[in-house]
Design a protein around this ligand. Structure first.
Ligand code: PHE
Length: 487
């Protein structure tokens, strides 16, 4: 309706000088007129020019008086011709009406505030205030003195009114044409594409924020760690198997079959397929032997090693399973020193709490060469952790079935003001390396840590469930920084 009114008017007239007036004359809401003008302007049906005017609008109090009349008139009308005691008059009126009414009526010399009675001084009054307020509400102009008085009584306040003056634009037409947004198969078949007017492309329109392409904090920190490993000359190990046999996860690592970690309370075993299809048989024999009766100057564990136990499939509990496969492969060729790393997921049957999940990511580094010593391990660890921003390290003797010596790694955390455990490390035992077939003087030093721990510290997350799993807030992933300095 507003659109027809504007386009129709411009067909016969040169211009609309004031959208406000136009709205009033056509009894259309001005906001509606403004929206239509903006839209028509966008498609260049019309040209529009801003106009601004200072106008006055009624305050709540002003609005109230347009209905009830001004306080002074209310007071005047409450006085009977014979007069009324002040207290009685007060009871008849609202407190504020009485107070303002008294002051204004006295000022207008309408009433006499006698000692005994309040009486009328004249017989009839006009409600000029109410009339003025109604005029303002209608948008009519009133004189400056009246404006001043009403403003002083806080019955009106100034407001900037915005509208438009409008004339025909380059695309003017008395009716808006429906423009096509798509070229269809039918348009082509009918041939009407020649006549159709197509909507122009808006090359400056902004798109919606992209929904995809956000990296999880773990992936960002993983990338930073990969960079560190590569800068140190490490190659990545293939970790693309969550399912592993007990053999590579435990037995090859000289972890006895009665070890508590091999219990279903700690490890997820697979139901289907429950066992592995193949293992290198001659190597299996050597592993069986080292467990049962030792060799290479070791006494072994002295128990009955069972193949069924080694065949059981599980979700790998550590990435050291991958390291054992890699070392075995290395032993099948003429020896060459290697530096390997991996960062991938591992699984443990754990009670979930704010720092533990049943799955997490492990970072593992491995160096293998002739004649390496514990000093080499200490050196590599210092180098690696310094690149992570942890240059104060301490070590504590520890135990792993597959390393000797073993060391827990602690780093001084400046923020927490204390030493925090950051990883585990050691030199792989001869009972692990020699049955693989590695030369006798080859040593392997290795360490492992979780990816979640440094990520939580860097991103200030104190509950692991806010970082990983189904409760993670997607907003956190979309908004978190590209990287965190400190690593
Ligand atoms: N596999 C160990 C763990 O899961 C970490 C480790 C890796 C320890 C290599 C020593 C050598 O905690």
């Amino acid at each position: 309706m507003a659109e027809d009114a504007i386009l129709g008017y411009l067909e016969k007239n040169d211009h609309i000088s004031d959208s406000g007036q136009f709205a009033a004359e056509h009894r259309i809401d001005h906001n509606e007129i403004v929206n239509v003008i903006k839209s028509l302007h966008g498609f260049r049906y019309v040209d529009a020019q801003d106009i601004k005017r200072e106008t006055w609008v009624l305050t709540d109090e002003g609005k109230a008086y347009t209905a009830t009349g001004s306080p002074e008139v209310q007071l005047f009308l409450a006085i009977p011709p014979e007069g009324i005691p002040k207290e009685e008059l007060q009871k008849k009126l609202d407190a504020s009406v009485f107070k303002i009414g008294c002051a204004q009526a006295a000022k207008n010399k309408w009433v006499e505030m006698g000692k005994q009675l309040v009486t009328r001084k004249i017989q009839h009054v006009d409600d000029k205030v109410k009339d003025l307020l109604l005029q303002i509400q209608e948008g009519e102009a009133i004189n400056q003195d009246d404006i001043k008085a009403l403003k002083a009584r806080k019955l009106i306040v100034p407001q900037t009114w915005k509208g438009y003056s409008v004339k025909k634009g380059p695309n003017y037409a008395p009716k808006r044409k429906k423009v096509a947004t798509d070229l269809t198969r039918e348009n082509l078949q009918r041939g009407d594409w020649k006549e159709i007017e197509f909507k122009e492309y808006n090359f400056t329109a902004k798109g919606l924020p992209t929904e995809g392409g956000h990296l999880h904090p773990l992936l960002k920190v993983r990338q930073q760690l990969k960079d560190i490993f590569r800068q140190m000359g490490f190659e990545e190990m293939p970790t693309n198997n969550y399912v592993e046999s007990s053999f590579w996860n435990f037995d090859a690592l000289f972890q006895p079959q009665q070890h508590p970690a091999r219990d279903s309370h700690d490890t997820f075993f697979l139901q289907a397929p429950s066992t592995t299809k193949e293992l290198p048989e001659d190597y299996v024999q050597r592993v069986k032997q080292i467990h049962e009766s030792g060799g290479y100057q070791s006494r072994g564990y002295g128990y009955d090693w069972k193949r069924e136990e080694a065949d059981k499939n599980l979700l790998r509990t550590h990435t050291t399973a991958v390291s054992s496969r890699m070392l075995y492969l290395l032993a099948q060729k003429p020896f060459a020193p290697k530096k390997y790393y991996s960062i991938d997921r591992v699984f443990r049957n754990e009670a979930v709490d704010r720092t533990h999940l049943a799955e997490f990511h492990q970072i593992e580094g491995l160096v293998c060469d002739r004649g390496l010593t514990l000093g080499d391990l200490l050196g590599v660890l210092h180098e690696f952790f310094a690149r992570l921003g942890m240059s104060k390290l301490r070590f504590k003797p520890a135990y792993n079935p597959y390393t000797e010596p073993s060391m827990e790694i602690f780093s001084y955390h400046e923020g927490f003001g204390k030493w925090v455990e950051v990883g585990n490390s050691g030199m792989f035992r001869p009972e692990m390396l020699l049955p693989m077939g590695l030369p006798e003087d080859v040593r392997a030093i290795a360490w492992g840590l979780s990816l979640e721990r440094p990520t939580m510290i860097l991103y200030g997350i104190d509950n692991i469930r806010d970082l990983f799993g189904h409760k993670v807030d997607l907003g956190l992933i979309k908004r978190n920084p590209i990287c965190r300095l400190g690593l």
